[in-house]
Ligand binder design. Structure first.
Ligand code: AMP
Length: 501
């Protein structure tokens, strides 16, 4: 039976240290100030956002979804996704997925996650819906409010509520994200409300965010960077976020004029795309309301930082983030403190140390593996294969990144121990690509690897060895990759070789 929920309001308890407590506090302190803005939706104040989230949690409970239930979201970028994420995280566990994932990716994700529901935009007829129907995952349709200020409607098959209803607490898992690791299978990272709150407060402190701050959100809200830095850190400070939809460099300066943001955060490839539009005349300055720019998720080349600062006339702060740390681990500070080009800055959230092979702390200047510990760090992966290392040594989570601390405590990253390709901030485990290519007809062996790329930093390439007697063409392997991998994981070069080096 399909039904539209609209459950009468009754007060729900708001546990301290939860996302709900942040949103509820904003209502009391900044109720009539803007919280979420978007071109295609009415602006929501903090008061309206809280009402919508609270009503949404009641509606989800009514449909049988409550605390601890994994609810996947495959919604287009924008304010509806931001609101849906906040609602699901406040009352259940949100698992935001890239809506552009391939059918086989959705199949794999649903099989691994076994979500209790998938949230889609009403009327969406995508692969996600087809795969959900075929895999027996109940779909909830989200319809935006029709009147100004009215809450969205959640429509779907009503299930029996398994656990508790109401708002999730500090130790409940608010968010689950997949991260590419050294295994062929992406690892599931659970993040509690306490993890998220620790990270959003750390980002707010580093950037000195307040209620007058507004972020121009150009990062996807299915990645930790967009979710925690752009959305949650803004709301955590009582400020606002302008949701722009999918990033379009051609629209960036118009968005600056329209939304008057005080900051934005992005991966270096987005900064470079912005510069390619704004950096036309040497020495030209783009006037804006920005007071800072943040960069994270991949190395920011110092010349890009320099050009950004020249074009926008504001400090550019490079930060170091990771899904397992609920995003921020280190960040360069605001002036008058020094920001060091090429460094990811000072510890800004968890404790950061450089560790030796047996987990001992190394002194300044000595290279080792970066370790973190603190309230923003995940309690551990959920779906590790039997016997696989859990990533922790003596309480330190080992990031798989290599670097050193200088005498002032600034962290410099110098390499990676983990097998990972960082394609402009999007992470790819080479073994995931190998696994797919090995299923391509005519392929005997396959190995994916990183190749340097001018703007992405790294790109994916692969070498494949044909089966004896097979007439293997690059085009056929490429087509197979297109069908089975999301666009960013498809090797840009595929070499057919007699044997692997
Ligand atoms: P993700 O979980 O997608 O945020 O990816 C985390 C990984 O991105 C880290 O372990 C680093 O390898 C890389 N990373 C994040 N920030 C930076 C940065 N500022 N410079 C270089 N690599 C970075």
């Amino acid at each position: 039976m399909r039904r539209t929920s609209r459950v009468p309001s009754s007060p729900l308890t708001v546990p301290s240290g939860s996302l709900a407590s942040v949103l509820e506090r904003n209502t009391r302190l900044h109720g009539s100030r803007p919280a979420l803005l978007a071109a295609d939706r009415d602006a929501l104040t903090h008061g309206q956002l809280w009402d919508h989230v609270a009503q949404g949690v009641r509606d989800l409970n009514h449909l049988g979804l409550g605390r601890g239930d994994r609810v996947a979201l495959a919604l287009p970028q924008g304010a509806d996704l931001a609101l849906a994420f906040l609602t699901v995280a406040a009352g259940a566990t949100a698992v935001p997925l890239n809506p552009a994932s391939s059918a086989s990716e959705f199949e794999r994700l649903f099989q691994d996650l076994r979500p209790r529901a998938l949230i889609l935009a009403a009327g969406d007829a995508s692969e996600a819906r087809r795969v959900a129907d075929a895999s027996g995952v109940p779909v909830l349709d989200l319809t935006p409010g029709t009147e100004p200020g009215s809450p969205p409607r959640w429509t779907g098959t009503r299930q029996a509520l398994k656990g508790a209803g109401g708002f999730a607490g500090a130790d409940d898992v608010a968010l689950v994200l997949y991260t590419s690791g050294t295994t062929a299978r992406p690892k599931r990272v659970p993040l509690t409300h306490a993890n998220l709150l620790a990270s959003l407060h750390a980002i707010g402190e580093t950037l000195q965010l307040g209620p007058d701050d507004r972020c121009l959100n150009v990062m996807p809200l299915f990645h930790i960077h967009g979710l925690v830095a752009c959305l949650l850190a803004s709301l955590g400070a009582g400020g606002s976020t302008a949701c722009t939809g999918a990033f379009d460099p051609a629209r960036f300066t118009a968005d600056l004029d329209r939304w008057k943001p005080t900051w934005y955060s992005a991966v270096p490839t987005i900064h470079q795309a912005i510069l390619s539009r704004t950096d036309t005349a040497a020495g030209s300055r783009v006037p804006s309301s920005l007071r800072l720019i943040r960069s994270s998720s991949a190395a920011l080349p110092p010349p890009v930082m320099e050009r950004l600062e020249a074009v926008f006339g504001v400090p550019v702060l490079e930060a170091y983030g990771m899904t397992e740390a609920a995003h921020q681990m280190a960040c360069n500070p605001l002036p008058p403190r020094v920001r060091k080009p090429g460094s990811v800055g000072l510890a800004a959230g968890p404790e950061v140390a450089v560790l030796g092979a047996s987990g001992e702390r190394l002194p300044a200047g000595v290279h080792g593996e970066v370790g973190i510990r603190g309230p923003n760090v995940t309690r551990g992966y959920e779906n590790l294969p039997e016997g696989a290392p859990d990533g922790f040594t003596h309480g330190w989570f080992r990031t798989g990144d290599q670097g050193f601390l200088d005498a002032d405590g600034y962290l410099f990253l110098t390499g990676r121990l983990k097998e990972l390709i960082n394609r402009g901030g999007e992470k790819i485990a080479p073994r995931e690509v190998d696994e797919v290519l090995l299923h391509c007809p005519g392929v005997a062996q396959a190995v994916a690897f990183a190749v340097p790329h001018a703007s992405l930093g790294e790109d994916v390439a692969a070498a494949v060895v044909p089966r004896p007697g097979a007439d293997l063409q690059e085009a056929a392997v490429r087509e197979f990759a297109f069908e089975h991998l999301p666009a960013f994981k498809i090797p840009s070069r595929i070499l057919i070789v007699d044997q692997l080096p």
